[in-house]
Structures are given as C-alpha cells and as structure tokens.
Ligand binder design. Structure first.
Ligand SMILES: *Cc1c(COP(=O)(O)O)cnc(C)c1O
Length: 421
C-alpha cells in the first residue's frame, strides 16, 4: 500500500510541480496540482494516443491511492463510493476490486455496480427520493441498505424492501462548503428519532443517522454538528431500547482546485474526535462510521483536455482576451456555474517560466451559442501571451462531476468522453 502511495503523489518534487505551469491569477501564492504524477501520466498517454478533444482522462492509480489514503486516515470507517461523482465503469470496477462499497441513487447505478463486480450487500441506496417500483427492483437485486427521510418513503421501504436496514438523514447546515445541499434532503432530529423508532415496528432495521455536510467542504470541523445531533438521537433511542449500530457522515471531502483545502489528516482528526467526544458525552460507544466519498476519490485523478477554438478581443484597447475552448458548461465544466469551482489550468504547449511571466488576463468561455456558457469572467486567469488557436488547455482535478453532468448533445456538441488509464 505504501509502495503505491509514494509512487502516485504527495511526494512530488518542486520540479514536477513547476514543469506544469499552472495558470490562475498569476501572482502571489503558487498553486499546486493535487496529483502531479497523474497529470504527467495522463499527458504522456494523450501524447502517445492522440484523442479528439474535449475528453477527460482518469488515472486509476490515483483513484486507488485516494482510497488507500482515506482508509488509512479513518481505518475503522466503511467507504461507500458515491457513484454519481464519476460513474465510469472502469472507476467502479477499480474501487470494487480494492474493497469499496457503493452509494447509489438509482436502479441503473445499482446495475452498473453489480455489472462491475460489486456485490449487492455492499450497496447503499442513498437517495431519499425513490419510486416504489425502484425500491422493489433494488430489493430484487439484493440491496438491503437504504436511506430515508420521510414517513412515505419509510412505508414504501417497509412494503417493498422488508427486513432492510435504514439510515435516516437529518438536515445538516453545510456551512463552509462550496455546495450546500440546502433543505431538499433530511428531516428534523425529532422526525428522525420517530422514523428510526418506527422502522423496527414496520419490520425494518434501524441502521443509524446520516447527514451530508455539503460538497467540497473546506472546513474540517463541519461534521461535528451533525455527529453531535446523531449522538443525541442515538441516546434518546437507546433510552427506548433501540441501538443504532451505524453513523453515516456522507461525503464532502475536497478535490484540489485553486482555493486550497486543508490536508486529509485535519478532516480525519476532526471527524474521529467528534465521534469519540459526542458519543462519550451521552454515555454511548461510538457507532461504526460510514463514509460516502465522491469527489475526494476521483477529482484529482482526472484531467480534462480542451482545445482553443478562438482568441479575440472585444475592442482594440481591451486588456482582456476572450479565450474560447471546446469544453464548457454543457460538456463537462458544469461546476464552473457561478464560478463555484475554479479549476487549475495548464497548457501542454506552454510550460516553464516564460509561459507564466509572458502572460495576460483572459476571460474563458465554452463553445456553445449560450450566453451562460462562460467559464470564468470574475475569477482572474492569466494565460500565456503566446497562446494560439489549436493549442490545448488542461483543466486539472476534473475527475468528479464533469462527464457525469455533461449534456447529451446541446447545440450538437457530443457529451464528454471519458478514458481511463
Ligand atoms: C453526492 C453525495 C455524496 C458524495 O458527495 P461528495 O461531496 O462528492 O463527497 C455522498 N452522499 C450522498 C448521499 C450524496 O448525495
């Protein structure tokens, strides 16, 4: 395990980092790639296997590495990979092979996991919004662990998935996250308590509380409130004779974008301490932790290659160039909406110090005839003055929520292709 670890990243040299030439605001802190060895391997692959752009390439060794890092940081937790982050069959197969379980949200995701070697007993149907027919199909396929947050869904589970275990999701605040889940999911702690109590009476098994602290969560202490709430629900249920064996703390661990995130160890320490302390405070043993990592396992493993289609200025005296690339909001770069995620960008044709010093400010946009298909207009990127039409821009850490969000063919542009190496 450690052999793989040192090969993949974390031990990148300064030279490897600077050979990349990452373009952002061009001054102050030097940004760092999350997995420079993955970038190097993917670029070598694209050099040897010319592939029409845009495409996203996933370095499976980095997915493996992230999985080992996470299991090493939280050794007693069980990992359920959130398939929606990147449902490429090769990614699912890789994770199934090394022992991951899976958080799925639909029947096709269940079928995908089963086809790629996962066993039904390692799947959790984590979507709280389900058709009755889909519950019945999931049960038929062998799924015995579900997440709920309502009376109606609990009753549907009792009818169509008898004897299964259920998590009850409570609403979490999501402060500190780039994406908060708002109030769509989860219920109040009082309702969670009564649903978990009722589960047993309906012939289901009360598994535990679940919550999601928001995606791309940059504050390691953000899980503490949800864990405290879970401990208080567990203690009230214990008083009524119901023991909750599990605690599902969702996903939220970050990928590497221009806004840097704390190291994994900080998250693991904060989560372990919160679980220990909040359960000890109510006189209970900490339950088995369940994690549903999505972004953390796949983001840094991916590189999205785009091609420059057009470079223009809106007037002769305009300082900014508009740089249009063949990847945009609708074919992979969905998370640039609201400029929420500012990806690290690098060009394979422009590396070294000159590329960084001889540069100017740009606005970046996608290829479609949609005014919203602009990637960055507020976030300042500086790109080399020598950048030409036909050159490539690589968006780093694009293994999560890119291909899986791409439209089928908006404006006739193909959905984003995924290749795995
Ligand atoms: C999307 C999702 C995840 C994964 O979230 P990340 O922020 O990508 O880690 C985990 N659990 C549930 C229920 C989700 O909906």
């Amino acid at each position: 395990m450690t052999g793989i670890a040192s090969d993949v990243d974390g031990l990148s040299t300064r030279a490897e980092q600077s050979a990349l030439s990452l373009f952002t605001h061009g001054g102050g802190d030097r940004p760092e790639a999350g997995a420079p060895k993955a970038v190097a391997r993917i670029r070598e692959f694209l050099r040897d296997n010319p592939t029409p752009s845009p495409c996203v390439v996933i370095d499976l060794a980095t997915v493996r590495e992230r999985y080992w890092q996470l299991t090493a940081a939280l050794p007693s937790a069980r990992m359920y990979y959130a398939v929606k982050a990147n449902p490429a069959p090769e990614v699912v197969r890789e994770l199934a092979t090394i022992g991951s379980s899976f958080d799925v949200a639909s029947v096709p995701e269940i079928e995908l996991c089963l086809a790629e070697g996962a066993s039904a007993q390692n799947l959790c149907y984590g979507n709280t919004i389900k058709k009755r027919a889909d519950i019945a199909r999931a049960y038929e396929l062998g799924v015995r662990l579900y997440t709920t947050d309502s009376e109606a869904d609990l009753e549907a589970l009792a009818e169509h998935a008898p004897g299964s275990s259920v998590f009850c999701r409570v609403q979490a605040a999501g402060h500190g996250a780039v994406y908060s889940f708002g109030s769509k999911f989860g219920c109040s702690p009082e309702l969670a308590e009564s649903l978990l109590l009722r589960a047993g009476k309906l012939g289901l098994v009360a598994g535990g509380v679940s919550f999601h602290a928001g995606s791309q969560q940059l504050d390691p202490s953000a899980w503490s409130a949800g864990i405290e709430q879970a401990a208080s629900i567990a203690s009230r249920l214990a008083a009524q004779g119901v023991r909750l064996p599990l605690l599902n703390i969702g996903g939220g661990l970050p990928g590497s974008y221009t806004q840097s995130a704390p190291p994994l160890g900080d998250y693991a320490d904060a989560i372990s301490a919160a679980a220990r302390e909040h359960f000890a405070a109510v006189g209970l043993e900490a339950p088995q932790l369940v994690l549903e990592p999505g972004r953390f396992l796949v983001a840094d493993a991916g590189l999205l290659r785009s091609e420059v289609v057009l470079i223009s200025r809106k007037s002769p005296e305009d300082e900014h160039r508009w740089v249009y690339v063949d990847a945009g909001r609708y074919n992979g770069l969905t998370e640039t909406e609201g400029e929420c995620v500012a990806y690290l960008i690098s060009s394979p044709e422009h590396t070294g110090e000159e590329a960084e010093s001889e540069s100017g400010p740009v606005y970046l946009a996608g290829p479609t005839c949609d005014g919203d298909d602009v990637l960055y207009q507020r976030t300042v990127y500086r790109l080399p003055s020598a950048l030409r039409v036909g050159d490539h821009l690589d968006f780093l850490s694009t293994g999560a929520y890119t291909a899986s969000y791409a439209s089928i063919a908006f404006n006739g542009f193909s959905p984003l292709k995924t290749l795995c190496i």
